[in-house]
Design a protein around this ligand. Structure first.
Ligand SMILES: Cc1cc2nc3c(=O)[nH]c(=O)nc-3n(C[C@H](O)[C@H](O)[C@H](O)COP(=O)(O)O)c2cc1C
Length: 230
């Protein structure tokens, strides 16, 4: 397939790594279907344990995207998340600090008062509207949910996200898209053994959006990376 490139693309891996961040506001603009096909075909080069390739990728656009969004929003309004793999409840205190800090910063750029529960919930629901993205991919597996399957799927996700940058696309990886797996299975006609791991929204980042200009901070290099040579 011939590569389809547009403006605002990453031309090197370093550019893709530096310009990738979670995009939570998108332009109302479709992604050409050949571009999506090329991106996901290339993404299958991601590595996996013994080449097990434990993933299946289900991409929604157009009416399928709108229907899935409506059903997920209704499910989220009606009840609590019920993911196939339970979300962690306890984190080390330094991680809790980072997570709280992220929440505060994102609410800040979204103009949400931390004490405004209704506004926080409305923002949370944007997950299920794919933050306005024209396309979303759901990653499922028929493997037992296991740490190594999670690693493999993490490799796939990052491959998709970096490739997306080479087409000028933004992405947001979302555990939230695995919150209501029965809805996802029912829409795609999947058996109950097919587990929904997560999803990812894809589209053209909305220019001038405060939410998109926000890039989350990282810990000090020296506190996370150590070299040993003796
Ligand atoms: C496995 C995974 C699940 C995530 N789930 C969500 C999610 O449900 N909703 C969301 O808005 N962001 C989600 N994120 C995005 C993270 O908040 C984001 O990657 C992190 O804050 C670092 O910011 P950056 O991606 O902009 O560099 C997720 C990221 C990963 C890797």
């Amino acid at each position: 397939m011939e590569s389809i490139l547009i403006d605002n693309v990453a031309n090197t891996v370093v550019e893709a790594v530096r310009t990738r961040h979670s995009v939570r506001e998108y332009e109302d603009r479709k992604i050409p279907s050949e571009l999506l096909q090329e991106l996901f075909a290339e993404s299958l080069r991601a590595p996996s344990w013994k080449n097990s390739q434990p993933w299946r990728i289900h991409i929604v656009t157009g009416e399928a995207r709108d229907r899935m969004s409506e059903k997920l929003v209704s499910a989220a309004r009606a009840g609590a998340p019920n993911p196939d793999s339970p979300w962690l409840e306890n984190y080390p205190s330094d991680v809790k600090r980072r997570m709280f800090d992220l929440g505060m910063r994102v609410y800040g750029v979204a103009g949400i008062d931390r004490k405004d529960k209704a506004a926080r919930e409305a923002f949370m629901l944007r997950n299920f509207e794919f933050f306005g993205a024209p396309a979303a991919a759901f990653i499922t597996t028929n493997f037992e949910m296991n740490f190594y399957v999670g690693l493999d799927i993490g490799c796939l996700l990052q491959t998709v996200m970096l490739l997306a940058r080479t087409y000028g696309l933004g992405t947001c990886p979302q555990a939230a898209l695995g919150a209501f797996p029965d809805v996802v299975r029912s829409e795609f006609g999947l058996p109950v053994e097919e587990r929904v791991v997560c999803g990812i929204s894809l589209g053209y980042p909305k220019p001038g959006s405060g939410l998109n200009e926000f890039h989350s901070p990282r810990e000090e290099f020296s506190s996370l990376v150590k070299f040993y040579d003796q």
